[in-house]
Structure formats: structure tokens, C-alpha cells
Design a protein around this ligand. Structure first.
Ligand code: NAP
Length: 306
């Protein structure tokens, strides 16, 4: 008697062939990453025989994972927490920008070895490009002094903001953050100066802050009802202030809802996420044109925003 299988085998994906090239994101944990979603949508649209996968890599396995990636001819990969700094000594070359930030989020294979850069800066800047033509009078305030704050500060230097104040809750970490920028890198931006503000002194800088960037996780799950600024602190901001929250879900965050209620311009982190990915895809595929709209739409759909 011929028995039929209870579960029919899934049809092979038409996008996987014997020549399919592999891109990836690595982190630990990595299951939450939205990068496979937007990159695979873009790769299909471009008609490229590539697939983008998520690999959980423990810190102790980073070096051996890179050797494995080289052995199987991986084209490139994104890096997220906790490997953005640890990857640097394992790469053959790192762009000056990524070296100054001290973090790499995009790696590609070259004939001589792995090269890395940081596309978070391009991503961070993208939604600001149309917001003003001249940033030379815009004092900026960065809330938080972690990893994302480093790309934000590099972006604000690039914009030409004259005063960039970083607010942190831990005096020692705040001081370390401020001292971590190489004098040679800062010398490229003579029009800008960096300063620190202990969290309890925020009220002193808010009235001059024309651009506020939240780089803390306050406002994202499980803290969705919280804001890094109180309603009274939001009131202190100039009427022309832009409030930019790197968090992309929920939308809007409590901070952005408060800013909108006061009539301030609010920007969330979704565009940064999309644009850092688009920039990585340009590097891997050596194309200027990548389907940014589709990448954005795939995330918005997944997050229930459209
Ligand atoms: P991180 O390295 O852990 O840094 C978080 C920073 O927030 C630290 O300086 C931390 O201060 C500070 N912080 C945490 N809770 C705080 C509180 N209650 N009050 C004041 N400061 C507080 O994290 P990260 O990688 O920079 O990420 C930060 C946020 O940015 C996350 O929400 C992440 O999702 C978002 N992000 C978005 C994008 C995007 O593409 N849109 C990209 C990167 C990151 P201490 O040092 O004192 O702990």
C-alpha cells in the first residue's frame, strides 16, 4: 500500500537557487529583528538571487562566525547588539566614521577581507534632510549616552549644529562618552562643540534646545506609558523645536505625543531604521537605487501602522 504523507511538503521558495547569495544580520538575541523582512522584500523587488537571514551569534562565537561567513562566501551582514563594537578588531578595514563612532553596523566582503561602516548616521540624518536647510543656529540636545547616541552625535556634527549637549543619568558614563571622541575627528567640525548635562539639570538646557533626540529606551515596550521628558519639560522647549525619538514602536511614543500636543514637529525612528537598511543594501548590491518605499511599507505593514 502506498501511504500519502500527512503534511504536504512546502513548495520550494522560487527565490532560493543553487546560486543564491547570502546576506545576514547577526546579534544576540536576534529573533526580534525586522531587517530580514525589509531586506528580503527589497531583494525580491530587485530580482536579485539573494536571501537575507538572521543568525544568533553568542559573543564568544563572533570570531569563528566570521571565519565561517568567509568560508561560505557570505556577501555581507548587519550587526546589532552586542557585537557592534566587538566586531571592529576582527575587520580588515573600517571607515573613519565608524572608527570615530566606535561601532560598525554593516560589513561587506572584499578581496582582502571584511570591511565595515556605520549606516546609522545616514539613517538618522535622512528624516532631518528636508526639515531645515541650515542647522548652523540649531542647538541640539541628545537624551542618553549609549550606542545609538554615538551615531546621533556624529550625525549632528555632520549637520553642523553649533552646540550638541548630551544628557545622561550616570555622571561617569556621561563623562566617558564625552571623552571618547578623538580630537582628530572633532577637529573636522570646528563649528560644533560637545557638552554634557547631568539629567537633573535638563531644565537648564531645554529652553535653548531646538532639536531634541531621544536615544534612551524610555517609551518603548515595556515602558510605553513613559516619556524621558515630563510635560513641564516639554513646555520649556522653544516653539520651533523638533523632537526626534529613535523609538519606532509604539507610534507615536509618549514623548512624541506630548510634543505633537504642544504643536512641535515630531519625528519617530522608523525612517532611520529604513534608511540605515537602504544604505547597507546600496553597499552590498553596489546600486544607488534600492526600493526604499517598499522597505518602509513592509515594516509599516508588519507593525500595523498602515
Ligand atoms: P543603549 O546602548 O542601551 O543606550 C541606552 C541609553 O539610554 C543609555 O545611555 C542609558 O543610560 C539611557 N537610559 C536608559 N534608561 C534611561 C532612563 N530611564 N533615564 C535616562 N536615561 C536612560 O541602547 P541603544 O542601542 O543606544 O538604543 C537606544 C534606543 O534607540 C532603543 O530604544 C533602540 O530601539 C533605539 N534605536 C533605534 C534605531 C533606529 O533605527 N530607529 C537604531 C538604534 C537604536 P545608562 O548608560 O545610564 O544606562
Amino acid at each position: 500500500m502506498i501511504s500519502t504523507p500527512l503534511v504536504a511538503p512546502a513548495p520550494a521558495s522560487p527565490s532560493i537557487t543553487g546560486k543564491t547569495q547570502v546576506l545576514a544580520v547577526i546579534g544576540d538575541p536576534i529573533g526580534h529583528s525586522l531587517s530580514p523582512l525589509m531586506h528580503n522584500a527589497a531583494l525580491r523587488q530587485l530580482g536579485l538571487d539573494y536571501v537575507y537571514l538572521a543568525f544568533p551569534i553568542a559573543e564568544s562565537n563572533l570570531s569563528i562566525a566570521l571565519q565561517g561567513f568567509a568560508a561560505i562566501g557570505l556577501v555581507g551582514f548587519n550587526i546589532t547588539i552586542p557585537h557592534k563594537q566587538a566586531i571592529i578588531p576582527l575587520l580588515h578595514t573600517v571607515t573613519p566614521l565608524a572608527a570615530a563612532i566606535g561601532a560598525v553596523n554593516t560589513v561587506w566582503r572584499t578581496e582582502t577581507g571584511w570591511s565595515g561602516t556605520n549606516t546609522d548616521v545616514v539613517g538618522f540624518l535622512a528624516p532631518l534632510q528636508g526639515a531645515a536647510a541650515d542647522w548652523s543656529q540649531t542647538a541640539a540636545l541628545v537624551l542618553g549616552n549609549g550606542g545609538a547616541a554615538r551615531a546621533v552625535v556624529a550625525g549632528l556634527l555632520e549637520l553642523g549644529c553649533p552646540q550638541i549637549t548630551i544628557a545622561g543619568r550616570n555622571a561617569q558614563r556621561l563623562e566617558q562618552f564625552l571623552g571618547s571622541w578623538s580630537p582628530a575627528f572633532l577637529a573636522r567640525y570646528p563649528q560644533s562643540s560637545l557638552g554634557a548635562c547631568p539629567w537633573e539639570n535638563l531644565s537648564q538646557v531645554l529652553p535653548q534646545a531646538h532639536l531634541v533626540v531621544n536615544t534612551t529606551p524610555v517609551g518603548m515596550a515595556p515602558q510605553v506609558d513613559r516619556s524621558p521628558l515630563t510635560a513641564a519639560q516639554i513646555e520649556q522647549l522653544p516653539a520651533s523645536a523638533i523632537v526626534y525619538d529613535l523609538i519606532y514602536t509604539p507610534s507615536p511614543t509618549q514623548l512624541l505625543a506630548q510634543a505633537q500636543a504642544r504643536g512641535l514637529r515630531a519625528i519617530d525612528g522608523l525612517e532611520m531604521l529604513v534608511q540605515q537598511g537602504a544604505e547597507a543594501l546600496r553597499i552590498w548590491t553596489d546600486r544607488q537605487e534600492v526600493p526604499v518605499d517598499l522597505m518602509r511599507r513592509s515594516l509599516q505593514t508588519h507593525l500595523g501602522l498602515i
